[in-house]
Design a protein around this ligand. Structure first.
Ligand code: HEC
Ligand code: HEC
Ligand code: HEC
Ligand code: HEC
Length: 140
């Protein structure tokens, strides 16, 4: 009997631990992200410093504008779901069916929104000048 309740306690504790980890992960929306992938044919441009939290909190951009997980052509990703790096699905070397290659996945996402907002006469981010997103590349 004692052994059994110990097992129950252990199972409950393990469950709590997982729950806590899950909540921590979900709450961990990074402030600032430096986007700098490897695997491109050529790494021509410097890294991009991206104001992740500001985009959501101040510019009111929904998470689902940028994060997705397609099932039958529909984005089923919702807040709290795990976030995979874009590179996990977007290949840096080639387009795969409807899935744009990595560089274009960022450019389409970031620049298209900025451009559309500019067209609508709204405050927006850069889409013409490369170095308003890309940092100077260090000579190596
Ligand atoms: C709105 C921001 C933004 C603007 C403006 C922008 N880019 Fe990018 N670009 C990105 C992001 C984000 C990546 C992904 C960076 C990475 O994966 O290292 C990227 C990746 C790239 C890459 C592939 C990675 C590399 O370093 O070779 C190239 C090439 C590139 N951009 C060229 C350009 C050029 C040329 C311009 C100007 C005509 C430009 N970009 C303007 C955001 C931008
Ligand atoms: C304007 C676009 C955009 C918006 C809006 C946005 N994100 Fe992101 N998020 C990104 C990009 C880009 C990355 C980096 C992906 C990569 O490195 O490939 C990222 C990364 C993440 C990561 C992973 C960070 C890491 O260190 O691995 C989490 C978690 C995340 N976002 C959660 C969210 C949540 C939750 C929201 C809404 C509250 C949100 N994001 C809104 C673009 C966005
Ligand atoms: C779990 C896999 C997965 C991840 C992670 C992912 N994508 Fe995608 N993405 C896809 C698939 C699949 C498609 C093709 C969707 C369709 O059927 O049209 C796509 C399409 C796109 C498109 C073209 C369609 C559109 O919405 O305009 C862009 C741009 C894009 N992704 C950007 C991104 C960016 C930026 C990130 C990281 C913040 C990212 N993706 C992360 C799977 C993914
Ligand atoms: C759905 C719309 C949307 C998407 C997607 C988006 N942005 Fe923005 N971005 C904005 C808006 C709106 C502003 C500025 C509004 C303002 O100044 O009030 C902005 C501003 C910026 C700025 C200048 C101000 C700052 O906070 O640094 C940069 C740089 C920038 N974005 C980079 C990016 C990058 C890189 C991506 C892709 C990973 C991206 N944006 C995706 C809407 C978007």
């Amino acid at each position: 009997m004692k052994k059994k309740s110990l097992t129950v306690l252990l199972v409950a504790l393990t469950g709590l631990l997982f729950l806590a980890v899950g909540v921590l992960v979900a709450a961990d929306v990074p402030d600032q992200i430096t986007i700098q992938n490897t695997g491109y044919k050529k790494d021509k441009k410097g890294p991009v410093h991206f104001s992740h939290k500001k985009h959501h909190a101040d510019y009111k951009v929904a998470c689902t504008e940028c994060h997705h997980n397609y099932e039958n052509g529909k984005n089923v990703w919702k807040e709290g779901d795990p976030v995979k790096p874009c590179k996990q699905c977007h290949n840096p070397l080639k387009k795969q069916g409807k899935v744009p290659k990595l560089q274009n996945s960022y450019h389409k996402n970031c620049k298209s929104c900025h451009k559309a907002l500019a067209k609508a006469g709204k405050k927006t981010g850069p889409f013409k000048k490369c170095n308003q997103c890309h940092q100077k590349k260090k000579k190596s």
